[in-house]
Ligand binder design. Structure first.
Ligand SMILES: Cc1ncc(COP(=O)(O)O)c(C=O)c1O
Length: 317
């Protein structure tokens, strides 16, 4: 199904070692009419939104960390399509100067802060019942938007059709698993490689629960190579992202940049057969750069270089 809400754009990653290995990595980016919902966000949210519209629900409640791309995307979708949004945020303190939470608030999202411990127990019946009482008539969507309703949206972009032929492998950054599950279910005869940017032993099981039981096991999960915990990155990963901007490829070092760096290293060391065409799905998340700058994890010059726009505004201004 074509969806005028976004456009699929392709870029070939140029690297002499990949050329020598006869491996192509094509980056598939979804430019969305509402930029805050770019990447995998719109695809995962689309059928949740359809569900609340069909059932006349007031809005969507979901969960995320203090710098969550998913919460910003949900807030932006609520503003654009006219439904209410609630974000349950894993944070001791309500820091509304944090650019992500500031953006969520500007977009009309109601935020509720819970301790990391309460957040860990977010699926406990007692907490769910409390949220249902506080926010009746909301569809509750898990962290990252990874519910079975996330899957059909991921089947829609023609991600297999790279400009130089059919992809032999699809790959993406993986955290809560919905994107990998959706791509795998949508392309049952193609290998799909999720590159985990989190250290979470329960992730394979959670993906198995999302993928339809009768679907072929065409997916594989591999830990990103830097071995850094979620949200942290090495100077090499940041440099990789900065270097990519010379090819007009814009990533951030927590999700897509970190995953793509692993993919390139594995390709350079010969893990993929000559002739491989890899479609790497860029899952968005560039809003997170402002949060990295806010926390001093990247400097102003790096922040500006990593933005697609030439003269990105300083979020502190
Ligand atoms: C930018 C970005 N990339 C990748 C992912 C991982 O996707 P998933 O949670 O569906 O595994 C996320 C989280 O949703 C994200 O925000």
């Amino acid at each position: 199904m074509s969806d005028p809400f976004y456009q699929l754009q392709w870029q070939l990653l140029v690297d002499p070692q990949l050329t020598a290995r006869q491996v192509q990595i094509w980056i598939a980016t979804l430019a969305c009419r509402v930029p805050d919902i770019a990447g995998n966000k719109w695809l995962k949210l689309k059928y949740h939104i359809q569900q609340i519209q069909q059932h006349n629900k007031k809005g969507i409640l979901s969960f995320g960390g203090a710098f969550s791309n998913h919460l910003v995307a949900l807030a932006a979708a609520g503003k654009h399509f006219g439904f209410a949004t609630v974000g349950i945020v894993r944070s001791h303190q309500a820091d509304l100067h944090n650019p992500t939470l500031q953006r969520c608030t500007e977009l009309g999202m109601q935020l509720k802060f819970v301790s990391p411990e309460q957040y860990r127990n977010r699926q406990h019946a007692e907490f769910v019942a409390e949220l249902c009482t506080l926010y009746p008539d909301y569809l509750m969507v898990p962290e990252g938007g990874s519910s079975p309703l996330a899957l059909p949206g991921l089947a829609e972009p023609p991600i297999l059709q790279t400009p130089s032929g059919s992809a032999s492998l699809i790959s993406c950054a993986t955290a809560s698993g919905g994107t990998l599950a959706g791509l795998s279910a949508a392309h049952p005869t193609t290998a799909v490689l999720g590159i985990s940017v989190v250290k979470d032993a329960s992730l394979p099981d959670r993906i198995r629960q999302l993928v339809p039981v009768d679907a072929p096991q065409n997916w594989q999960l591999r830990q990103e190579q830097s071995q850094k915990p979620y949200g942290k990155f090495t100077p090499q990963t940041l440099q990789f992202c900065l270097d990519l901007t010379q090819q007009q490829i814009y990533t951030e070092p927590v999700y897509s940049g970190k995953a793509l760096q692993s993919l390139v290293l594995w390709a350079q060391q010969g893990d993929f057969a000559p002739g491989s065409h890899i479609a790497f799905f860029h899952t968005g998340g560039l809003q997170g750069l402002a949060g990295l700058y806010y926390r001093g994890l990247i400097n102003q010059q790096q922040y500006q270089q990593l933005q697609p726009q030439v003269n990105a505004a300083d979020p502190a201004e």
